[in-house]
Design a protein. Structure first.
Length: 134
């Protein structure tokens, strides 16, 4: 018998949660070294190490330097995640702006960013902007 079709994803709340990789592991996108410049991988690993050490602001600074040099969706996603961890909504929304859902190549990184920020207690308002909880 045919399997019933999955319900359509209509809102961000309907997107299944994507777990954040455990410390020391990389996301599926970062695990594709052929898709990313080696320097970007290395610098994002440095940023991740800073984040794992509880230094969110330093991780954000490192990720911001990556987006300035590479302007890559993976770098923008990392910057946004570290911005949320640091409580920096301006930088988180800047990253979100660079990950338009209209661009298929951005969808994975945008979803990862939104889920990671929601795990930090940060909401995506009806305006499409991240907001800190009241």
């Amino acid at each position: 018998p045919a399997q019933p079709a999955s319900p359509p994803v209509t809102t961000l709340a309907d997107v299944p949660a994507v777990p954040t990789p455990p410390p020391g592991q990389v996301s599926p996108v970062e695990a594709q070294p052929s898709a990313l410049p080696a320097e970007l991988i290395s610098r994002l690993a440095v940023a991740r190490g800073k984040a794992e050490a509880g230094k969110s602001a330093a991780a954000l600074k490192e990720a911001r330097s990556c987006v300035k040099k590479f302007d890559h969706p993976v770098a923008w996603g990392a910057m946004g995640r570290y911005a949320c961890a640091a409580g920096n909504m301006k930088a988180a929304n800047e990253a979100l702006d660079h990950l338009s859902s209209d661009v298929p190549a951005n969808r994975h990184d945008r979803t990862e960013l939104v889920v990671a920020c929601q795990q930090q207690g940060i909401s995506l308002a009806n305006t499409g902007r991240f907001v800190l909880p009241n």
